[in-house]
Design a protein around this ligand. Structure first.
Ligand SMILES: Cc1cc2nc3c(=O)[nH]c(=O)nc-3n(C[C@H](O)[C@H](O)[C@H](O)COP(=O)(O)OP(=O)(O)OC[C@H]3O[C@@H](n4cnc5c(N)ncnc54)[C@H](O)[C@@H]3O)c2cc1C
Length: 510
């Protein structure tokens, strides 16, 4: 009785106690539903505003487009985040509307958002966000070859498989990713290691023009002569300056490649390390060749194996530079052949395990003939620390860096003509093992750092595309480059929208 008297609803229903109880009950159910809903399930005012501005382009939980967008991220970590809504712009004007709305919402209410191209970056929050707005650029995926065939215009939501399916039949190519699912956006803004890299430089070095939506909503074109500081900042500065909607990239005549995967038993590894050291030695480098040497341990086989990717940027079978990796190798599995870029993209995609908890770590060092074997020995010693993780995949990969051109923000020293880019990869299905695996990975990375420092070949550069969130990528560019990036951010984004409003990724300020 006392409870009823406290209930304001009863007083409003003009002497009809039955109706008042019904209203009370419905109200209580409403409060209960609201309290038990996750924040991402409630209608979000920003999503409602965006939906009124961009009709049919905003998707909330429950929509199949929302679900597809989440499941298309590569890693378990990114797939697990639940944005309040996902917005899929179809033009730079749409992106501008979104940015103006998000900037106002960030200023007033601290609202945050994420930007994604094809969602292949790994760690939680890099290109997705819990409870905020995710801008999914994949509906912007046009690819246009210039009439003189010297450049290609690519919208930033396209993936490399889409690009190569257009370019291969035209006997043209660009410095694109080596897996078809990699997005052009994240890859080109972080650097980009391509098959053409050893000859042409980082993929970002071959971008001639960017179309960017700034924090103000203004759409600008950055080239060598128009906004040159922004042009340079985007070559390694990732999502810290705006949303890039379009790239114009240099095109190269191309008649296919030779290469593929080559798997061999562990006792062959010392000979392969010798081949890799020989390839990296000054004087013997062939910039058309991309040997990517990997040592691997998996729960399935429980022994150390070699899993190389060997690529030659011409359709020349058994090129001299790759023969030491191929000749007389007791191959367990080989797909070496002449093929197109798209063939290789598809093959690489076929070896991936999307949806697993996935970690990448990286470090960099210059050539020293003795250091490679020590690194593999450290990798071998790390196996007992991860071997009890069910369905574990543990790989260490070595590859030569692209040519150093000095045309980017990566801060690399031009005296180092060639660097070794090392990547440590871990993937496993059960996220409960993440702490143990992270501990093993950090320990192994520390050992490798000590080893390369002792040999005098360690470099602080960490390639963003292969770095873990715990690694200082921007610091690795060096003080000069970092300061230049920070100055460009203050100029083009004075309120720091892409710093505080876009929390994911590698940031320029603490
Ligand atoms: C299987 C696999 C193979 C790989 N192979 C290679 C390889 O051959 N060479 C190589 O260099 N790297 C490689 N990588 C690394 C890859 O290049 C990076 O993860 C890259 O960031 C993926 O690009 P994305 O557009 O799919 O990323 P996303 O996850 O969509 O985005 C990554 C970051 O870029 C930002 N971003 C994306 N688009 C834009 C935009 N238009 N404007 C502003 N910010 C944007 C996002 O906010 C996010 O912080 C590989 C990764 C995987 C998983």
């Amino acid at each position: 009785m006392r409870t009823d008297q406290k209930c304001g609803a009863r007083l409003l229903v003009h002497g009809r106690p039955g109706a008042s109880y019904l209203l009370y009950a419905l109200g209580a159910v409403g409060v209960w539903v609201a309290a038990t809903q996750y924040p991402w399930q409630r209608p979000h005012p920003i999503c409602q505003q965006l939906a009124s501005q961009l009709e049919g382009k905003v998707f909330t939980p429950g929509a199949s487009v929302y679900q597809e967008s989440l499941s298309s991220y590569f890693s378990y970590q990114e797939q697990s985040l639940k944005p309040a809504c996902i917005v899929r712009p179809t033009s730079a004007e749409d992106v501008s509307t979104i940015i103006v709305t998000m900037a106002a919402a960030h200023r007033k209410f601290g609202e945050q958002f994420a930007i994604r191209s094809n969602g292949q970056a790994l760690f939680a929050g890099v290109a997705n966000i819990n409870g905020g707005v995710t801008i999914d650029l994949r509906a912007m995926d046009s690819i246009r070859i210039s009439s003189d065939r010297s450049t290609v215009e690519i919208e930033s939501g396209a993936a490399w498989g889409q690009v190569f399916s257009e370019l291969d039949p035209q006997n043209l190519t660009v410095t694109g990713g080596r897996a078809g699912a990699i997005g052009t956006g994240g890859y080109l803004l972080s650097g980009g290691l391509s098959m053409l890299g050893p000859a042409e430089g980082w993929a970002c070095d071959t971008i001639l023009e960017y179309e960017v939506v700034l924090a103000s909503g203004e759409v600008v074109t950055a080239t060598k002569s128009s906004h040159p500081d922004l042009f340079l900042a985007l070559k390694g500065g990732s999502n810290n300056f705006g949303v890039v909607t379009k790239f114009i990239i240099k095109a190269y005549p191309f008649n296919g490649l030779w290469g593929g995967f080559l798997v061999y038993p562990g006792d062959e590894i010392p000979r392969q390390l010798g081949a890799f050291a020989g390839f990296m030695a000054p004087g013997s480098f062939d910039p058309q060749a991309n040997p990517i040497m990997s040592v691997s341990w998996t729960s399935e086989y429980r022994v150390l194996m070699g899993t190389n990717v060997l690529l030659y940027a011409k359709p020349e079978p058994h090129p001299k530079a790759l023969r030491p990796f191929v000749d007389e190798v007791p191959a367990l599995f080989s797909t070496l052949r002449a093929m197109t870029m798209l063939d290789f993209n598809n093959e690489k995609d076929g070896h991936q395990m999307p949806g697993f908890y996935t970690l990448y770590y990286t470090t960099t060092f210059t050539h020293s003939p003795t250091v490679y074997a020590l690194i593999v020995s450290a990798f071998n010693s790390s196996i007992p620390f991860i071997s009890t993780v069910p369905n574990m995949n543990w790989h260490l990969t070595l590859q030569a860096s692209p040519a150093t051109t000095g045309k980017n923000s990566l801060g690399l020293d031009s005296n180092d003509e060639r660097l070794n880019i090392l990547m440590l990869i871990a993937f496993f299905p059960d996220p409960r093992h993440r702490h143990d695996v992270r501990k093993a990975a950090s320990h192994l990375l520390d050992t490798i750092k000590k080893t390369t420092k002792a040999a005098g070949v360690y470099r602080p550069f960490k390639y963003m595309g292969y770095a873990d969130e715990s690694q200082d990528v921007i610091g690795g560019y060096g003080e000069e480059s970092k300061k230049r990036l920070q100055a460009a951010s203050r100029k083009y984004d004075p309120e720091g929208l892409f710093h505080r409003g876009v929390p994911g990724g590698f940031k320029l300020f603490p």
